[in-house]
Design a protein around this ligand. Sequence first.
Ligand SMILES: NC(=O)CCC(=O)C(=O)O
Length: 347
Amino acid sequence: MQFSQLKFVSVLLTRKALGTKQFPSLISRQLHGFYGGKVVGSNNFQLKQSKIGRLSRSIMDSASDSAPKGNGFRLGLVQMNVTEFKNFNLTTANTLIKEAVQGGANIVALPECFNSPYGIQHFKDFAEHIPNGVSSKLMSALAADYKVYIIAGSIPERGDDGRLYNTSVTFSPTGELLGKHRKVHLFDIDVPGKIKFQESEVLEGGDNLTIIETEWCKIGVGICYDIRFPEMAQIYRQKGCDLLVYPGAFNMTTGPAHWQLLQQARAVDNQVYVATISPARNEKAGYVAWGHSMVVNPWGTIVVEAPEEQKVVFADIDLDYIKQVRSQIPVSTQKRTDLYQLATLKD
Ligand SMILES: NC(=O)CCC(=O)C(=O)O
C-alpha cells in the first residue's frame, strides 16, 4: 500500500470512528498541541509523500547541530496519549515521531499498545496483521521517510494462526522490518483490592527473544512484563546487547512500586542502558498507565524521565561510557560459571 493510500484509509477510518463532526475539531486540537506535544507543520496524513520527504530532510538538517557528540546515538521516547480511536492514535504517533526526529533522535521508540487502549476487551478489535496492517505500514513509511529506526512500541497482532499477540515491530531507516517481538511473558497478576489483569485470557505468548542490530549497537527488545524476568535481560547482555528497550504500560499500583526499580536492576545487573516507554497517563481510561518513560544508564542513574502527561524525551546513549563502567566493575568476567550458568534453550 502506498503512503497516500494509507493516509486515505486512515482518514476514512478516523472519520468513521469519530464521526465527521468530531473529526476536524479533534484533529485540529491535536495539530495545535492541545495534548501537549510540540507540533511542527500540519497533519502528516494530509501531506503528499514527496512533501514529507522534503520536510524530513530539512528536519534532519536542522537536527544535526543537536546530534549526540562522541560514540553513540540519540534515543527519542514518545510518551503519547492513547485513545479509543485507532486512527487518532496513529495521527498522534505520526506527529510525535516527527517531533522526536526534529530533536535529533536516531532511534525513536513508542509505548506498549500505541494504537489501542490497553485492555483485554480491546485487543481483538484493534488487532492487525504484521506487517500488512495499517499501523505497520505507517511505521515503515515514517522510518524510511525520516531515515530513523522506529521501535514501534507494540500493537495487538492477529497472527497467521488466527491467534492474538502483543507484538513490537522495529523498522530500519529504509523502512525494512528488522525485528518482530511477541511479548513473551503475559501480564497475569492478581493483587487483591488493587489490580487483577489476565492477558492470557485473550493473548498468546511469544516464543522468541528479539535482538535488533543497528550500526551503533545491538538492542534487546522486551514488552512491559518481560522486564520482570532477569534471565531474558541477561541473555540479551550475553548476546552482546548494549541497550534494552521495553515499551510498557505499568499501572497505578505496580508503577510507583516497581517501574523505576526494575529498570535500574536490569541496567546495573547487566551494565547496559535500559529504556522504558509508557503511554501518557489518562485518569479516565479503563487501565491507567503510570507514564514516567525513562532511560537508565549502566551505572543505574536515571538519564531522563518523562512526567505523566504526553511528552517526547531524549537520551544520548554513550557507548564509551558502557565500556568504562564494565571495565571499572568487571562482573561479566568474574562470573563463577563453575558454580552456575545461564542456558539459552532456543535462539
Ligand atoms: N502491560 C504490562 O505488562 C504491565 C506490567 C505491569 O504493570 C507490571 O507490574 O509488571
